[in-house]
Design a binder for this molecule. Structure first.
Ligand SMILES: *[C@@H]1O[C@H](CO)[C@@H](O)[C@H](O)[C@H]1NC(C)=O
Length: 516
């Protein structure tokens, strides 16, 4: 029998089709297989598979030396043996944690080990349900439906809240807080909400928190400790709210830790975690709901928290941040101290350059400025013992401030401390035919001669919380130095390198507005 060309093509096409079908069916079988036999944790396949409906229990915060994690897990598994549970630790818990041995209970270690792939250390590899409940140590599930009820509550309040929380019956009741974080100002401010409010931005107290897995793992740092502190800073920056639901959990053990020594250890670790968290997030000032302030970093004993300044632009401006509040505080303190000494020793001075600009604009240091400038009369220097001594070399005064003649030219510098080089610069001027001049000039637009009449008389001005002296008619003085409209139109020190955006311009006049 002879086969025509057409018949040949047909046979070949059928053969190819069969082959393709065979491969597709094999592929499908393989996928099914993987789903049936649990996928090894951390496999790439698992990461890419869609999330299943339901909730994963995630436990992140517990102490190695004393915890109830196995009991917590058992209490939840009692009625829901299939509930996925993920325990997340930085390192392998020691002494070893004996968890129920079940395929749905897994421990994730966040600290990488050089012989394993990166996804092994990512908790999102292990949380494969649409929702995740963050459960603190010591929480007991009383009934099967607590997590389910939380999920229902979540679904019914999705329009107003990205997260729901259920309080844990503990020593102190759960407190609902407002939280405003300004990275620009390195500040987090907590305020109390009315006792009846159910919609919060942060919480004080123990709680089980439920949210979408996608939302949790889309945060910058999903599982940093302290967990809720970290979470609420990130969520408030994204405008997320948390709703308190009418479900509560009980505790396995109250107080959680059995000895005051362990409690002391836990408190110290919590404090260290909090410090680390705020350092990592670049938050240096925390205002608590009771009005107390906490400062993280920058003191008289620490180095100035920014490095050498290039082209008048401190590094933080490029990171869209302003001067750290602790630096502003230290500058105010140094300025007040120096001015007091100048006044009592009879050295005529006036607020100069950007410092005067800040006083005229905000009665304060410009929020992104990095030093304070004062003009002084050259002929008055002998009146001040500290300035006289500084001419001979740097000296540390009785309050720890460092007075020195600058190496960059004929001016004086008073540093906050030997460690912290935040400073006030004193620029000596002298009068020459009615014009104030000096011998050292910096390459700054505002560093120019000016008529002496601006100093006759000097006038008081509110500055940094006290009264300082300024040139009379300081608006014309500033416009002479910085150009017209300098007070109304804030600019960064070197606008050629970075311009201030519109929002900031407005913010510079009204500090409250700038906080968002
Ligand atoms: C993740 O977060 C970014 C903003 O941080 C947002 O634009 C994006 O839509 C989020 N993605 C998901 C899947 O929620």
């Amino acid at each position: 029998m002879r086969i025509t060309f057409c018949q040949g093509v047909l046979v070949a096409a059928i053969a190819v089709n069969l082959l393709v079908l065979y491969y597709i069916s094999r592929l499908q079988q393989r996928v099914l297989h993987r789903h049936r036999d649990r996928v090894p944790p951390g496999s790439h396949q698992q990461l890419c598979s869609p999330l299943r409906p339901g909730v994963t229990l995630l436990i992140r915060e517990f102490e190695d030396f004393e915890n109830y994690v196995p009991d917590v897990v058992r209490s939840f598994l009692k009625d829901q043996p299939e509930l996925p549970v993920v325990v997340v630790a930085d390192r392998l818990p020691y002494p070893p944690m004996v968890l129920p041995s079940a395929p749905n209970v897994q421990v994730v270690l966040l600290k990488p080990s050089p012989h394993q792939a990166i996804h092994t250390f990512r908790p999102e590899t292990y949380v494969r349900t649409e929702y995740v409940a963050l459960v603190p140590d010591g929480v007991k599930a009383d009934s099967t439906s607590q997590l389910e009820h939380m999920l229902e509550e979540f679904k019914s309040s999705q329009n107003e809240a990205k997260m729901v929380v259920a309080p844990v019956q503990a020593l102190a009741p759960l407190q609902c807080l407002n939280l405003k974080v300004s990275l620009k100002e390195w500040t987090a401010e907590y305020t109390a909400s009315p006792p009846s409010s159910k919609l919060c931005q942060a919480l004080r107290g123990e709680a089980v928190l439920l949210l979408r897995t996608r939302d949790l793992f889309n945060l910058s740092v999903p599982l940093a400790k302290p967990l809720l502190t970290s979470l609420f800073i990130q969520s408030s920056l994204r405008g997320w709210a948390v709703r308190v639901v009418g479900i509560s959990f009980s505790s396995l053990h109250l107080p959680l830790l059995s000895s005051s020594h362990n409690q002391w250890k836990a408190d110290n670790l919590a404090k260290a975690n909090r410090l680390q968290l705020f350092q990592d997030f670049g938050i240096k000032r925390v205002i608590l709901e009771d009005g107390k302030e906490q400062w993280f970093g920058c003191s008289k004993e620490t180095p100035r928290c920014f490095g050498t300044i290039h082209n008048d632009m401190p590094d933080y401006l490029y990171r869209n941040r302003w001067t750290p509040p602790c630096c502003l505080k230290a500058l105010r303190e140094t300025a007040k101290y120096v001015i007091n000494i100048l006044e009592t020793s009879g050295v005529r001075y006036w607020l100069e350059g950007g410092t005067l600009l800040g006083a005229a604009r905000d009665q304060d240091i410009i929020p992104w400025d990095y030093d304070v400038d004062l003009g002084i009369y050259l002929e008055d220097i002998p009146n001040c013992e500290l300035l006289r001594s500084a001419e001979a070399g740097s000296i540390v005064d009785e309050k720890g401030f460092v007075w020195e003649k600058a190496i960059e030219g004929d001016f004086f510098r008073v540093q906050y401390s030997e460690h912290n080089h935040l400073h006030v610069d004193l620029w000596p001027f002298y009068s020459k035919n009615g014009v104030m001049t000096k011998d050292t000039w910096m390459d700054h637009r505002q560093d120019i001669e000016f008529p002496e009449h601006f100093l006759k008389p000097l006038v008081p001005i509110q500055f940094a919380g006290f009264l300082a002296l300024a040139p009379n008619n300081f608006r014309s003085f500033l416009e002479l130095k910085f150009g017209e409209g300098a007070i109304e139109n804030p600019e960064y020190p070197n606008p050629a390198l970075k311009k201030m955006d519109k929002g900031n311009r407005r913010g510079a006049h009204r500090r409250e507005e700038a906080v968002d």
